[in-house]
Design a protein around this ligand. Structure first.
Ligand code: HEM
Length: 500
């Protein structure tokens, strides 16, 4: 009897396994079919074919330039890359709609959070809803205060005086070119680490040392950005599951960052944080969760490092092509500083440097550090230009293309003209949605003032004492794929100290 029961039990469990296996297989096939149908992986339209076959690379160096070309041709200033499920717009009315009017319908969304989730966790860049609101409020309070700005100003001045200027002096008159992009990345990494963690990685020391932390940070941002280039998220998700290739390297880089952040948090807890000025210490007063603290601070590193370095690199590239702009900045500085012996302009003096401010904005109009930024539609919608947006579609606004649209900036849009921002010698802000370089609306960049102050300090300190010669000046910039605009091959310059 027992053996019969056993046999019956065996046959029942075999049947059950068979049904279960068949159901799982059918369900998986059905999901795959739905995924393929929704992803429109086979779209035959000209644009999608050019994207899939990479034939656009025959005519354009950068993907952004190709998108700009398509956006210029589009009567609405909006295009749809079906295979990517991505609507891209350079139309200011659409930008305002996404970032302000229907902000709630355009969160970062799950696909974006997944791409950067391993690196940024639940940090401000990577979350929506209540978690974002909480961090935004807290970070606005911290970054809005006069004391934190004065602290940032002191950090920047000290990094310029003790590292940037001595480094430039050390290579002045030499035949060997210095990569200015690398210098600015080191400079801004030192600054943002001091500002966020109260830690000095010393990347801009004269020996230009290799920092394990900076390297891990670079790799982690690069590989996270690469996930976004895959035509389907399934590709990187499978690689991550199997711990293969770049996903394996990403995991290792993040482990180094985590260890480092934890060390900082432990150290701060031991030493006490109430007397310190850095962001980590300030946040530690409100937040107890170490993982959350790590996520917040890593987001600030990402926000403040490559963006500032990218803005400075493009600025000096443009300046090398426009010596008249450099002269005008020097004239203005002399006018504002008068006979003062001070090396740095004060906060108030800096506010009077309208031409410099205009020149920096004009440079970021043409070369925005964040070339494009995406959201995911939560519900079906219609953009102001009539474009239908299906729920779940990625919608990207494109500051790089916007700076090159005649209908946005006029027929001279491709020219570098700081004067377009001035009226009677005073800087006049433009419509935020035609210049969303710092984003705009409810999620506008929280570090904008600090970033512009940092850039102004660097420009003034450098052009007062040094001249740069850029070999191969006639080549248009080519960018490497990444979260922020980075020049392929850097910006090699020959440095010459000016005569006193
Ligand atoms: C030239 C330099 C900079 C540019 C062009 C820039 C641009 C941007 C952009 C486009 C965003 C929106 C990103 C997104 O939502 O996906 C953003 C957000 C943000 N930025 Fe900046 N940024 C710069 C420097 C800085 C600096 C130095 C800091 C910190 C000290 C900073 C802190 C932030 C923060 C915290 C956010 C998140 C705001 C939110 O989601 O509510 N940024 N920035």
């Amino acid at each position: 009897m027992d053996s019969q029961l056993f046999l019956w039990f065996c046959s029942m469990s075999t049947a059950f396994c068979f049904v279960f296996f068949s159901f799982t297989l059918l369900f998986s096939l059905f999901s795959l079919l739905l995924f393929v149908l929704r992803s429109k992986l086979w779209c035959n339209c000209e644009t999608c074919q050019a994207y899939v076959s990479s034939s656009w690379t025959k005519d354009f160096d950068n993907l952004c330039d190709w998108f700009t070309h398509l956006l210029k041709k589009s009567p609405t200033g909006t295009i749809h890359i079906h295979v990517l499920g991505n609507i891209i717009t350079a139309n200011p009315a659409n930008v305002e709609h996404m970032l302000k009017t229907r902000f709630e319908n355009y969160p970062k969304g799950k696909p974006f959070s997944a791409l950067l989730g391993d690196l940024l966790g639940a940090g401000i860049f990577n979350v929506d809803g209540d978690s974002w609101k909480f961090q935004r409020k807290m970070a606005s309070l911290e970054l809005g205060g006069v004391s934190v700005r004065a602290h940032a100003f002191d950090i920047v001045k000290s990094e310029i005086q003790s590292r940037l200027l001595p480094l430039l002096s050390s290579v002045s008159g030499k035949e060997q070119a210095l990569d200015l992009q690398d210098v600015f990345r080191r400079f801004s990494f030192d600054n943002i680490c001091k500002f966020s963690f109260g830690l000095d990685p010393g990347c801009l020391e004269l020996s230009l040392p290799v920092s394990e932390f900076a390297e891990a940070f670079d790799l982690a941002s690069k590989f996270s950005a690469q996930r976004g280039l895959a035509s389907s998220s399934l590709i990187w998700k499978v690689k991550r599951l199997l711990n293969l290739g770049t996903e394996k390297q990403l995991k290792e880089a993040i482990k180094i960052l985590d260890g480092f952040a934890q060390e900082m948090i432990d150290q701060r807890r031991q030493e006490g944080f109430s007397e310190r000025n850095d962001l980590l210490s300030r946040f530690m007063g409100t937040i107890n969760d170490d993982k959350y603290l790590r996520d917040i601070v890593i987001c600030f590193l990402l926000a403040g490092r490559d963006t500032v370095a990218s803005g400075l690199t493009s600025f000096f590239w443009l300046l090398s092509q426009h010596p008249e702009v450099e002269s005008a900045i020097r004239d203005e500085l002399e006018r504002v500083m008068g006979s003062s012996e001070e090396q740095f302009a004060s906060f108030n003096q800096m506010r009077e440097l309208h031409y410099l401010h205009a020149a920096l904005y004009e440079s970021m109009r043409l070369f925005p550090p964040v070339q494009f930024d995406s959201k995911f539609a939560q519900e079906d919608d219609i953009l102001p230009d009539g474009t239908f947006v299906r729920k779940g579609t990625r919608v990207t606004y494109h500051p790089y293309a916007m700076g090159r649209m005649e209908r946005v900036w006029g027929s001279d849009c491709l020219e570098f003209k700081p004067d377009r921002w001035l009226k009677n010698g005073r800087y006049i802000p433009q419509d935020l949605y035609k210049f969303p370089v710092f984003q705009a609306g409810k999620r506008v960049c929280l570090g904008k003032e600090i970033a512009v102050m940092e850039m102004k300090c660097v420009v003034l300190a450098i052009i007062k004492r040094f001249k740069f010669k850029v070999p191969g000046l006639d080549q248009a910039p080519r960018f490497a794929p990444g979260l922020t605009a980075t020049l392929r091959g850097g910006l090699p310059v020959l440095v010459q100290e000016r005569e006193a």
